[in-house]
Design a protein around this ligand. Structure first.
Ligand SMILES: O=C(O)c1ccccc1NCC(=O)[C@H](O)[C@H](O)COP(=O)(O)O
Length: 259
């Protein structure tokens, strides 16, 4: 595990150990789950499928968007053609908040992943209570037994799971131990924060045909998407490059269609 990821996970474990899960008392009426993986699979059959990320700040770039409005972003992403949303709820490193997920999901019809560092199964219950449709499992952050427990907790809540890998050994662990067929290859090196799209091209060769691969991080143009499609990957998770745009709807459409 990289030093940065270890630091983030230690912070998250401290937080999880010292506070109680927020549940139905906090979010009294979670709406029915929206199919996250199904939406991506449907869209990837006919074009590029986009998970558009609502990301105020990041460890690598600091503040990305000062005039941050998650509901407005959600509407623009949907109008621009996104299939799903990703909303950062981690506060210490991404300046995220659970309220951003609630606001974004209420503003559109898209399925939403709670983008956070899930280190304890109860975070899955909390994710569903706030309205999330999917959670992230970061293979690099967890032991095999931990990631299986978290996956089972997510499935018990009818949540979809995006499994995130960075290299060959993490891809092998994901394929060997987890049930989810939605696997994201993160192109960001967590030691240097450099992004290298060839990571997806390399790891795509390892994925069985029933796995839907998601190319994560460092995508900023339609040409990037077209390049990834040569490796058989038609599904993308994009944050920063869209968050920095003035006209988010137009930029989302341009990313997906090239026009
Ligand atoms: O974005 C970061 O700086 C970062 C640093 C450390 C751990 C994770 C990080 N990002 C999480 C993500 O997976 C990205 O937000 C997501 O793939 C979108 O990437 P991008 O399009 O490059 O914003």
């Amino acid at each position: 595990m990289s030093d940065k990821l270890a630091e983030i996970c230690a912070t998250k474990m401290g937080e999880v150990a010292t506070r109680k899960p927020k549940g139905l008392a906090h979010w009294p009426s979670p709406s029915p789950v929206r199919g996250f993986e199904a939406a991506l699979r449907a869209r990837a059959q006919t074009g590029f499928a986009l998970i558009a990320e609502i990301k105020k700040a990041s460890p690598s770039k600091g503040l990305i968007r000062a005039d941050f409005d998650p509901a407005a972003h959600a509407r623009s992403y949907q109008a621009g053609g996104a299939a799903c949303l990703s909303v950062l709820t981690d506060a210490p490193y991404f300046q995220g908040h659970e309220d951003y997920l609630v606001a974004a999901r209420a503003a559109c019809d898209l399925p939403v992943i709670r983008k956070d560092f899930i280190v304890d199964p109860w975070q899955c219950d909390e994710a569903r209570a706030m309205g999330a449709d999917a959670i992230l499992i970061i293979v690099a952050a967890l032991e095999d037994s931990q990631m299986c427990e978290i996956e089972d907790a997510a499935l018990a809540q009818s949540l979809d799971i995006l499994v995130e890998v960075h290299d060959e050994s993490e891809m092998e662990r994901a394929l060997q131990h987890l049930k989810s067929k939605l696997i994201g290859v993160n192109n960001r090196n967590l030691k240097t924060f450099d992004v290298d799209l060839s990571t997806t091209e390399r790891l795509a060769k390892m994925a069985p045909s029933d796995v839907l691969l998601v190319c994560e991080s460092g995508i900023s143009t339609h040409a990037d998407c077209t390049r990834m499609a040569q490796a058989g990957v038609r599904t993308f998770l994009v944050g920063e490059s869209l968050m920095r745009q003035k006209d988010v709807e137009k930029a989302t459409h341009m990313l997906l269609t090239g026009a």
